[in-house]
Design a protein around this ligand. Structure first.
Ligand code: UDP
Ligand code: MN
Length: 345
């Protein structure tokens, strides 16, 4: 073979190679652009910014420092302080001052075990309006209960300002977003104010899957209300709740919002776990249906649309105004203006 043709061949191969490299570059560029698009389209972009925003200065020294974390041992898997089934009392004479004086280790609504590092940091979120006596009973029972479980926890009361129709789900979204400004909580427990756990083996920690803590309550003969019921008290990790875009904001009045959350969970192929029935028992403090929380007649319609709406109705679209954040001794009171139903019926 002559020198010239060989050179020519090499040059041609070189060109091919060049072309190939060029093609690869173009492909890589296209991939980069399209992945950019995906990120931009993600409904959770703004949400991430909120979740990762700098923490508000917590007023107490309850948060363990890095040194503390390394010096102290992790709390045991099973707390030695648990007592099992409890005898609950509801004394009409109980006062806030009394409950405060019995819980002096709680500072600004927050508690951290003194002798060991808690296995989880848990934010208890309570949707709230006008249930003063219930809140008092809640604080009276829940503080000692949570302390026996050796948890690092805080109780957040999310108070709906004004007297437009109540919106439990939106208040819980507000609670999640606001609590994350305080601390990077592992676990969120969404908790009706009137439900008191009857057994301290019902652990207020999160699991691999979303957890429903109320199998039975006195008012329903301690039976699960219906298969798939996810109301009353439920627990999700920060990531689980983020993944489903939180609760819907569009359920005004009583009912449906807990089923919507269950559908969101199922759409993400997660499953709901529950403690054994003999443990997951609650007493509901008796009450009538509140004025301002009438049955939501649209709930069945809304529930049918959840697969289409969940991505745009949730944490990423939750708009509200914080009117005040008060760090009371036994809870953090967040008063929020959460607006009103878009279409008045
Ligand atoms: N809630 C409240 N004020 C109201 C209505 C509801 O604080 O006016 C909160 C409270 O935490 C309550 C929860 O929303 O436990 C659920 O409402 P409700 O107790 O009426 O539901 P149900 O008893 O039917 O489960
Ligand atoms: Mn109730």
């Amino acid at each position: 073979m002559g020198v010239l043709p060989t050179l020519f061949k090499v040059a041609r191969r070189g060109k091919c190679l060049l072309l190939l490299v060029l093609c690869l570059c173009v492909l890589a560029w296209i991939a980069a652009i399209s992945s950019d698009d995906v990120v931009k389209e993600s409904p959770f972009e703004d949400l991430k910014a909120i979740e990762e925003s700098p923490r508000r200065e917590l007023e107490s020294e309850m948060i363990p420092s890095v040194e503390e974390q390394t010096l102290k041992e992790s709390c045991p898997e099973r707390s030695p302080l648990l007592r099992g089934a409890l005898k609950l009392t509801f004394e009409a004479s109980v006062t806030l001052e009394q409950v405060e004086s019995e819980n002096q280790e709680v500072v600004g609504g927050q508690y951290n075990p003194a002798d060991c590092v808690a296995r989880q940091s848990v934010a208890i979120l309570i949707p709230y309006r006008n249930r003063e006596k219930h809140l008092l009973y809640f604080l009276y029972h829940l503080h000692p209960f949570l302390q026996r479980q050796q948890l690092h926890y805080a109780i957040y009361v999310i108070h709906q300002a004004g007297d437009v129709t109540f919106n439990r789900a939106k208040l819980l979204n507000v609670g999640y977003l606001e609590a994350l400004k305080d601390y990077n909580w592992d676990c969120f427990i969404f908790h009706d104010v009137d439900l008191i756990p009857e057994n301290d083996e019902n652990l207020y920690v999160c699991e691999e899957q979303p957890k429903h803590l109320v199998v039975g309550r006195n008012s329903t003969g301690y039976k699960l209300r219906y298969k798939g019921y996810f109301g009353g008290v439920s627990g999700m990790t920060k990531d689980q709740f983020h993944l489903v875009n939180g609760f819907p904001n569009t359920y005004w009045g009583w009912g449906g919002e807990d089923d919507d959350l269950r559908i969101r969970i199922q759409l993400q192929r997660m499953t709901i776990v529950r403690p054994p029935a003999e443990v997951a028992r609650y007493t509901m403090v008796f009450h009538k249906r509140d004025s301002g929380n009438q049955v939501n007649k649209d709930r069945m319609l809304l529930l049918r649309r959840t697969p289409q709406t969940w991505k745009k109705d949730g944490l990423n679209s939750c708009s509200y105004n914080i009117l005040s954040v008060n760090r009371e001794p036994l809870y953090i009171n967040i008063t929020a203006d959460i607006g009103q139903p878009e279409h008045a019926h």
